[in-house]
Design a protein around this ligand. Structure first.
Ligand code: NAD
Ligand code: ZN
Length: 251
């Protein structure tokens, strides 16, 4: 049955996105068919302990992921969400994705709950960088390396991907900003998330409590489906095309 919901009938919208949002761009999801964790053992690739044990291996995996995502383009769904932000009063993206495709499509207000493939940091000295371009060949923090050259006790340390790995905590300020947007929303559209990874999976409850209308876009049922007012069992681009009917064109 066609959804009676149109984004143009709402003024404070939050798009809550997961890996399925980028599936039509060719970015592998985590679970299900083609899920990246079927191919890689995440315990040896995506946690702090693995990074301390074997940073080269962890970087090999992350450079592989950066390479995969660099070849992908934002899809029509990403573009529609960016257009909503241009032409509607208040639109926020809260994403579990680390691929940067929302920003590449033009979205400006994006909260990345799980960090970004394109952010790098050094946990020792606080150095940070955002580099969309090449693979990370020089794995050492440039600031610590410079210090190591001048002090006998300073040993250089590895740059760390700015991603929330297994066992890491989410950034308090990102969660707070996301909850604020959800608490103020009148429409929350969840797209392509299996809703089993906590605490992110719990965030739609904030919008529910605030009295927002909740829409779930996912070809499959999820453990959170019952929370939603409308479930659209289609892909991100198909469902967004329907919800965005009548949306004025952006600049
Ligand atoms: P997910 O892979 O768990 O779920 C993807 C969802 O997208 C599925 O429910 C699927 O039905 C749906 N989907 C597939 N194609 C779609 C399409 N074209 N349009 C709309 N929906 C589509 O991804 P997730 O929910 O984003 O995972 C949450 C978080 O879990 C991730 O951000 C990641 O940080 C974390 N994580 C999970 C694992 C793991 O599974 N062990 C590993 C690493 C990270
Ligand atoms: Zn450093």
């Amino acid at each position: 049955m066609p959804s009676p919901i149109r984004v143009t009938d709402f003024s404070r919208i939050v798009f809550f996105t997961g890996a399925g949002m980028s599936a039509e761009s060719g970015v592998p999801t985590y679970r299900g068919k083609g899920g990246i964790w079927k191919e890689y053992d995440f315990e040896s690739c995506a946690c702090q302990e693995a990074f301390e044990r074997d940073p080269d291996h962890v970087w090999e995996f992350h450079n592989y992921r950066r390479g995969l995502v660099r070849k992908c383009e934002p899809n029509e769904g990403h573009r529609l969400i960016a257009r909503c932000e241009q032409v509607l009063p208040s639109v926020t993206v809260v994403t579990q994705n680390i691929d940067g495709l929302h920003q590449r499509a033009g979205s400006k207000r994006v909260h990345e709950l799980h960090g970004s493939l394109w952010k790098l940091r050094c946990d020792r000295c606080g150095w940070r960088d955002e580099d969309f371009s090449a693979p990370v060949d020089d794995l050492l923090c440039p600031a610590c390396k410079a210090l190591a050259a001048t002090t006998p006790r300073g040993t250089p340390v590895y740059k760390r991907p700015g991603i929330v790995w297994f066992g890491d905590s989410l950034s308090g300020s990102v969660v707070q900003a996301s909850c604020q947007a959800l608490d103020a929303s009148d429409l929350m559209i969840s797209i392509g998330t299996s809703a089993v990874v906590f605490p992110a999976a719990q965030l739609p409850v904030v919008a529910k409590r605030a009295g927002a209308t909740l829409v779930e876009i996912n070809p499959e049922d999820t453990p959170m489906s019952e929370l939603y007012d409308h479930c659209m069992r289609s892909t991100a681009t198909e469902a967004l095309t329907e919800l965005c009917q009548g949306l004025p064109s952006g600049s």
